[in-house]
Design a protein around this ligand. Sequence first.
Ligand SMILES: C[S@@+](CC[C@H](N)C(=O)[O-])C[C@H]1O[C@@H](n2cnc3c(N)ncnc32)[C@H](O)[C@@H]1O
Length: 280
Amino acid sequence: MKLKDKLQESLSGIMSEELLNKLPSGYSVIGDIAIFRRLNPEIDSYKKNIGECVISFDPQVKVVIEQFDTISAYRKPIISHMAGEKKTETTHKEFNTLFNLDLETITFSPGNKSERCHLIKTVEDNEIICDMFACIGNLSLPIVVNNSSVTVYGMEWNQTALNFLKKNIDVNKVGEQYISQFGDNREITPKNIATRVIMGYFDIDKKQFYVALEAIKDQGWIHFHRLAPRDKLDQPIEIIEKERKISNHKIETQEVRIIKKYSPRLYHLCSDIYVKKFLN
Ligand SMILES: C[S@@+](CC[C@H](N)C(=O)[O-])C[C@H]1O[C@@H](n2cnc3c(N)ncnc32)[C@H](O)[C@@H]1O
């Protein structure tokens, strides 16, 4: 039975017919916490009932929260508690990787699961990867957990996220392979070392793209994430085009992948950019 039908059946005695139609049709689960994204405000006074229903029929779920936007360059989520234990820390397992995190302070998108899978499958043996927006290891930790020949340098400027990243490196026993670095990626990203650079952030600036190019040794890939209107998927990215024109390196967008629907108008995309450095 679908979630909405289950909720409608459980709450039919206490909600009007009109409001029953406004019940949500899905939630995501991170660890033991169920997350609803922006519920219809008209059903605000029934949030506790909705959360309690989810806990009663989903044995994995101990807590139910609602998540609104994320704010600041740290991408801190705004959440509110709906039902269950009053906790926001959890341990999520995906692709053999344990992620410890606090959903009150850290963004971890379940919708990026396909990208985590794509990276595990795409990365080759002995690669050296720079994850410029590492957070708690969201995109790069599963790569090293699933391939012991790969090395990752993860850059993160939010101390809270970095603390979780360090804890996750420990619990996944990948300390030999994953080097976490605190600070602004514009200043601390290693140069001339990488076969691949992950840029998992939506407000990448010109300097950061330049730093990613500098990180590549000889040749490699930049995974450039961004948001784009659904009807303009092929629109060139200005900072890449500008750099391509002035750079003496080969910079070629070889694939644009849809990662997820971000909002009714926007897609989250990843451009896979191949870079070959000229020797001069
Ligand atoms: C939205 S999270 C994305 C995590 C992951 N890359 C993903 O795509 O799922 C972006 C992370 O980048 C960090 N960040 C943003 N700007 C940064 C900068 N200039 N230097 C280092 N970290 C930065 C934020 O603190 C945040 O933890």
